[in-house]
Design a binder for this molecule. Structure first.
Ligand code: ATP
Length: 200
């Protein structure tokens, strides 16, 4: 199976911009957020278990998961948040493992926004952190989402700190400059990862 580069970064740090650049080199991108949605998709075991546990209060009329209702419910009920994580986290890990096994580029990128928070470093051979000052995370995320300052600050406060992320990084992409400056760093890392994977 492929050499796995775990990629993480806080809200608005530029993970999507960076993974798009790696994808242009033909590198397979495995996105934890996509897999997290798949495990609760219509017809999934995950959705069936949630429906059995919480009932229709967390479903839309058509039977799909009402994410907003689910988020609000677990925010009010920490025990249920634990139950939900215990259900979904193993499914998501398994989905990521399966996708890594199927990857067939020189190496693959495993993008996990909450890699540090959920201690998933062990899933990767190497960890790259997308980094910029918190003030830039804030302004870029606000501009992108049209959210107010407090909303983004609350999300940032709920995530790992910039220092915690940098502490586990093998490589750091400084995304505080132009996208062009970031692309220059990605080209260099791509060559390194090809070499480390044994495909050059
Ligand atoms: P989230 O975790 O919230 O999904 P993310 O880490 O994927 O965020 P992006 O969506 O890639 O972050 O970037 C946040 C915003 O900042 C986007 O609107 C993106 O276009 C912009 N952006 C990213 N990098 C740069 C850069 N180097 N210069 C200017 N704007 C940038």
């Amino acid at each position: 199976s492929a050499f796995v580069v775990g990629l993480t970064g806080g809200i608005g740090s530029g993970k999507t911009a960076v993974t798009n650049a790696f994808a242009k080199f033909g590198i397979d991108i495995i996105d934890a957020d996509v897999i997290a949605r798949e495990v609760v998709a219509p017809g999934s075991d995950g959705l069936a278990a949630i429906a059995a546990h919480f009932g229709s209060q967390v479903l839309h009329d058509d039977g799909t998961l009402n994410r907003q209702a689910m988020r609000e419910h677990v925010f009010q009920h920490p025990d249920d948040k634990q139950w939900l994580n215990n259900l979904l986290h193993p499914m998501i890990r398994e989905g990521m493992n399966d996708a890594v096994q199927r990857a067939n580029s020189a190496y693959c990128i495993l993008a996990i926004p909450l890699l540090v928070e959920n201690q998933l470093q062990h899933m990767a051979d190497r960890v790259v952190v997308v980094d910029c000052p918190e003030s830039l995370q804030l302004s870029r995320a606000m501009a992108r989402d049209g959210s107010d300052k407090t909303t983004i600050e609350n999300i940032m406060a709920s995530q790992a700190s910039r220092q915690d992320r940098l502490a586990i990084a093998d490589d750091v992409i400084d995304n505080s400059g132009t996208l062009e400056a970031t692309t220059t760093q990605i080209k260099q890392l791509h060559l390194n990862y090809c070499r480390l994977s044994g495909v050059s």
